[in-house]
Every structure is written in structure tokens, then in C-alpha cells.
Design a protein around this ligand. Structure first.
Ligand code: C5P
Length: 310
């Protein structure tokens, strides 16, 4: 008797990067509750990996997560990846039946856009799984409806973000930069950090219209880590430090360790330190650990490519 194995369910795997903001300039809050930004995003080689698998019609959406901080990720419709399935399904007029699996490689709730990477990867995975072949601009449009950082996770590399951070212009860079990150188990909520920014700066935040990132762009084009370190800037840092005063020590330890630049990443609480080399990044991370100034440490390089099917 011949025996035919059932064909495996169609499945697509996509990888998307986390990010840092090399500069993050934040203007006074607008009527829609968002803050106008000028930011330089850079994707880092810490990745989320999403697998989207077709399941029998009518089964709906399901979600599983693996990774060291998986227990801190919601598994329902409040997860941005779940919302990404719904958004693209609506857009193409499909009733989705898909099992999503996320392997997390980006710190959770750390201001490095891991959830946004999940959403970007999910858009791409569903598009490939369903054969809808949406143009990149349409995927970017859907991405912007999900969150301000989602379009950048699709694009990757280095880009200037304006508007809410969702309008992107790719930027030239040379070479590879080495980073060390100190993360905390207790994340910071992005809206809470923006609220504290409002309380601290009130309506006096300068407009971002004349933000000048020439020094930073030159450092990126030259592949000059020393100049890049000097040009790092994050307008949300004071608000994150106000909410988490203990981060000041984490910043200082990296400065004392000779980091070329140190800052809070995005809305925090992750602290990012630019290192001279991979060995220097490892040494900075080891010092944070030895001084008990982080719950976890990570070393990686940047830039890295955007979301792509594996
Ligand atoms: O766009 P996203 O959903 O990621 O934003 C989360 C929250 O962060 C917003 O609800 C808002 O409070 C704040 N935010 C902001 N200005 C931005 C981006 C985000 O105030 N440009």
C-alpha cells in the first residue's frame, strides 16, 4: 500500500530588525496627541523572526511567542503582530486563518521597536503567504496605520524619519558600528514617556523644523564612530531619566568605560552605548553586568537590513 505524507501547511518566515534612534528631536505635542519628530533611525542586527502558517479556514488568528522575555508579550489582539494580520487581511479583503509564531531577539518594551518589527514582519509574511504581492508603498502605508516605528522596520538600514516618525528618507552610511545595550526587565511605556516630556518642557519645546543633523549625517557617511558618538542626541532622555533616575548610573558607567557616545534608546529604558569595536562593546556590557547596572546586556552591530522573507 502506498503512503503519501500530507504536504506541510504553507508557511513563510520573515526576519525584521530592532532599531535605535541616533537622534530623536521632539517638538511640542500637536492637536492629534502626537509629537512632530525629526529622527535618524538605524536598524540593529538584533532581530525578530516571525513564522506565519496557513491553518484551516475559519480557524482565525493564533499567536505563540518564544524567547527569553516571551512571558512579557501579549498573545491576543492587543499584540501589534495580531493587528497587522487584521490590517492586511482587511486591506486585501480576506478572512484570515493564520498561526503566527514570534521568536524574539529584540529587547521587550525597551524603546527598540521589537513590537513594531513584529508588525512589519507579519505584514510581509501574510503578503507572501497569501500571494497578494502588495507594492512596498502599500505595505508602508499599512505599516504607518499600526504604529509610528513600523514603516522603518520594513525599510531598515538608516533613515531620517519625520512626521510621527513614519515618513522616511533613506540615509547613506559607510561601514559598521558596534553597540552595547543595557536593558531593564521593567519596561517604560512610550505614551508615559511622551507625557512626562510634555510635563517637563510644556509648550516650550522648540520646533523641530530647524533640526540640524548635518554633523551626524557626515559621521555616518564617513563611517566615523567618534564623530557619530559626539552627535548622538535624544530629546526624550530627560523624561526617561525623570521616570527612571537609576538609568543615570548606567549611562555614567558606559561613559567611564570610554564609550564614544551614550544615550537612552528611544523612549527607554534601554541604554545604548557606541563602542570602538566589538571587543569594546563586550567590555562595556561586562562592566554593566559586574556593576549590576542592567538586567540584561546585548552587543550588536548596525546598520542592518529591513524586514525580509527568509
Ligand atoms: O505610533 P505609536 O502607536 O507607536 O505611538 C505610541 C504612543 O507614543 C502614542 O499614542 C503617543 O502617545 C506617543 N507618540 C507621540 N508622538 C510620536 C510617536 C508616538 O506622542 N511621534
Amino acid at each position: 500500500m502506498s503512503h503519501l505524507a500530507a504536504a506541510p501547511a504553507p508557511s513563510v518566515r520573515v526576519r525584521a530588525p530592532g532599531k535605535i534612534n541616533l537622534t530623536l528631536r521632539v517638538g511640542p505635542v500637536a492637536d492629534d496627541g502626537y509629537h512632530p519628530l525629526v529622527t535618524v533611525f538605524q536598524a540593529v542586527a538584533l532581530h525578530e523572526e516571525i513564522t506565519a502558517t496557513e491553518v484551516p479556514e475559519g480557524a482565525g488568528i493564533s499567536l505563540t511567542v518564544e524567547g527569553p522575555q516571551a512571558d512579557r508579550v501579549p498573545l491576543d489582539a492587543s499584540n501589534l503582530a495580531w493587528q497587522a494580520v487584521e490590517a492586511i487581511a482587511r486591506h486585501v479583503g480576506l478572512d484570515p486563518s493564520v498561526a503566527l509564531h514570534i521568536a524574539k531577539g529584540v529587547p521587550v518594551a525597551g524603546g527598540m521597536a521589537g513590537g513594531s518589527a513584529d508588525a512589519a514582519a507579519t505584514l510581509l509574511a501574510c503578503d507572501a503567504l497569501w500571494g497578494t504581492a502588495l507594492p512596498r508603498e502599500e505595505l508602508a502605508g499599512l505599516a504607518a496605520t499600526l504604529g509610528s516605528d513600523v514603516p522603518f522596520a520594513l525599510l531598515g538600514h538608516t533613515a531620517v524619519g519625520t512626521g510621527r516618525g513614519h515618513l522616511l528618507t533613506p540615509a547613506m552610511t559607510r561601514g559598521e558600528f558596534h553597540w552595547a545595550f543595557a536593558t531593564r526587565d521593567d519596561g517604560l511605556s512610550t505614551p508615559a514617556v511622551y507625557r512626562r516630556f510634555d510635563e517637563l518642557t510644556g509648550p516650550t519645546a522648540p520646533s523641530v523644523d530647524d533640526a540640524d543633523d548635518n554633523g551626524l549625517m557626515q559621521a555616518l557617511r564617513a563611517g566615523d564612530p567618534t564623530a557619530l558618538g559626539e552627535a548622538l542626541q535624544n530629546d526624550l532622555e530627560a523624561a526617561a531619566l525623570d521616570l527612571r533616575p537609576e538609568l543615570a548610573r548606567t549611562l555614567q558607567i558606559a561613559r567611564d568605560g570610554g564609550a564614544l557616545g551614550v544615550m537612552v534608546s528611544g523612549s527607554g529604558p534601554t541604554v545604548a552605548a557606541l563602542a570602538r569595536s566589538r571587543q569594546h562593546a563586550l567590555a562595556l556590557a561586562a562592566t554593566w553586568t559586574a556593576e549590576d547596572a542592567a538586567d540584561a546586556v546585548w552587543c550588536t552591530t548596525a546598520p542592518a537590513p529591513g524586514a525580509r522573507v527568509l
